[in-house]
Write a protein that binds this ligand. Structure first.
Ligand code: GDP
Ligand code: MN
Length: 391
């Protein structure tokens, strides 16, 4: 789960990670009022969407008076912001953050992410702040300082000194940075964050360092013990189909292909996607209906898959273990009655009571149902059917 910049900065404040004063607003009037409350001579008006690259897209404006804040806010609210991190449709701006502006001497990059290869958090820092870090990683990887953190010991003082040295900070700046980095790691660890990104981390003319931007992502599996974080969830920023799936205990992730997949178990879901690709197709989604698949979840799964207009066929690949295949077969038949399915549905059921299930499906006489004997055949049929209709 991700949160907005203004929310991440609230967490930063709680952990004494230096940020400038700011107020989140939803109208231009509120924006002006917020500016009048801030003691500063320059303001930044920032669009709050779950995507970076706002500066280039017109979502970050520096202005001089509360009246100018009002005007900038009026323009920004309701606009659709398209950046390199949003989809082509962009994101509607509904909230702004009005912040004191800073006089920046230099921009750095500082982040903590999970190093999945080594299974530990990793601090990443670079003198190349303000620009896309992915670009830096690709073109000048030596300009990124990487520091693995042992979660049992935490971020050590000597590690911070190494990073400060790598960034070329002087003594005063290093002292300031040391507190900054410790506070940031505390926020990362205590809030069960998966990712924190500060780009830019700004060095000011008085040697202070401030998080000018803030991004935070959290481990979904830890949200049960992070009530405060969970309250920051903004469903406007999430895929509605994924949210809907979550309500029914289904794990759904939309992808760009056209073969819809309904599978039980994350491992089988992934191998199903693999085999579709292997056969020359493109999966439209990852969907795990879970171990307790029943008629209702199957119907809901179909509905969610079909809400994606790219889907040209659905491949149902269920292995009956605890869940018995004939129940799934009945679920599929129920689903075809309750929702209109206008694409072919390829079904491969194996495991407990697979024979009975096949009988049930055959006797149902539903024209768009196509059965497959095994995974290989099912994937092949699904991919070929999609190829035919899109040819
Ligand atoms: P992003 O484009 O979505 O990553 O948004 P950022 O919060 O990083 O803002 C984009 C850019 O605006 C930054 O890289 C800074 O150069 C600039 N910026 C943001 N806040 C301030 C500020 O307080 N003072 C100044 N001078 N520039 C700022
Ligand atoms: Mn940024």
């Amino acid at each position: 789960m991700n949160i907005h910049e203004y929310q991440a900065k609230q967490i930063f404040k709680d952990f004494n990670v230096p940020v400038l004063d700011g107020i989140a607003v939803t109208t231009a009037e509120e924006a002006k009022k917020a500016a009048e409350q801030l003691t500063t001579s320059k303001f930044v008006v920032k669009a709050q969407i779950h995507a970076g690259g706002r500066g280039k897209g017109g979502g970050v404006k520096i202005v001089n008076t509360p009246q100018e804040v009002y005007e900038a806010a009026e323009k920004m609210l309701g606009m659709t912001l398209i950046t390199h991190q949003t989809s082509e449709e962009g994101k509607l701006v509904k909230k702004l953050y009005i912040e004191s502006a800073a006089n920046i001497t230099k921009e750095y990059y500082l982040g903590i992410t999970l190093d999945r290869q080594n299974g530990v958090p990793m601090m990443m820092a670079s003198t190349e702040g303000g620009v896309e870090i992915e670009k830096v990683a690709e073109e000048t990887p030596d300009k990124i300082i990487k520091t693995p953190i042992n979660p049992l010991f935490g971020l050590q003082a000597f590690q911070i000194r190494e990073v400060a040295f790598g960034l070329g900070l002087n003594k005063e700046q290093s002292k300031y940075f040391s507190k900054f980095a410790s506070a940031l790691y505390a926020a990362y660890a205590q809030k069960d964050a998966e990712m924190i990104e500060i780009n830019p981390l700004a060095l000011l003319d008085d040697d202070r360092m401030i998080a000018l931007d803030a991004k935070m992502g959290f481990d979904d599996n830890a949200l049960y013990r992070q009530e405060e974080v969970l309250e920051m969830r903004d469903f406007n920023e999430e895929d509605p189909a994924e949210t809907e799936a979550g309500k029914y205990g289904l794990s759904y992730v939309k992808l760009d292909g056209n073969v819809g997949c309904m599978v039980n178990g994350a491992g089988l879901a992934m191998s199903t996607m693999d085999i579709i690709k292997y056969k020359g197709g493109e999966p439209a989604n990852f969907l795990d209906v879970g171990g307790s698949a029943n008629a209702e979840t199957v119907a809901k799964g179909m509905e969610i898959i079909l809400s994606d207009k790219n889907v040209k066929a659905i491949f149902i690949n269920i292995f009956g273990g605890i869940v018995r295949c004939e129940r799934i077969a009945n679920g599929i038949i129920e689903a075809t009655k309750s929702i209109s399915i206008d694409v072919p549905v390829i079904v491969r059921l194996d495991g407990t009571n697979a024979k009975e299930a096949k009988e049930i499906l055959k006797n149902a006489g539903i024209s768009q149902l196509i059965t497959a004997e095994n995974l290989n055949e099912g994937a092949e049929k699904a991919v070929n059917i999609v190829k035919e209709v899109t040819a």
